[in-house]
Design a protein around this ligand. Structure first.
Ligand SMILES: [Zn+2]
Length: 65
């Protein structure tokens, strides 16, 4: 069972939806069979959520009072 995978590099882009549709789909399918990439997305998920919240181009973003 592989514990590392060259496609883990794409995990962040996948979570940020920065991949092209075909690549996104390919990675999504790859996740089903690759434990290394699943672990990577599990670990990056919360970080990506945080980054999304910090993105300045979000219209609903409000400065803290
Ligand atoms: Zn993988």
């Amino acid at each position: 069972m592989p514990l590392s995978c060259p496609m883990t590099d794409e995990a962040a882009a996948y979570l940020l939806k920065n991949l092209r549709p075909a690549e996104h789909e390919r990675f999504r399918r790859h996740l089903r069979v690759c434990i290394a990439c699943r672990r990577e997305t599990d670990e990056l998920g919360p970080v990506v959520d945080l980054l999304r919240g910090l993105r300045p181009d979000r219209p609903e973003h409000r400065p803290a009072d």
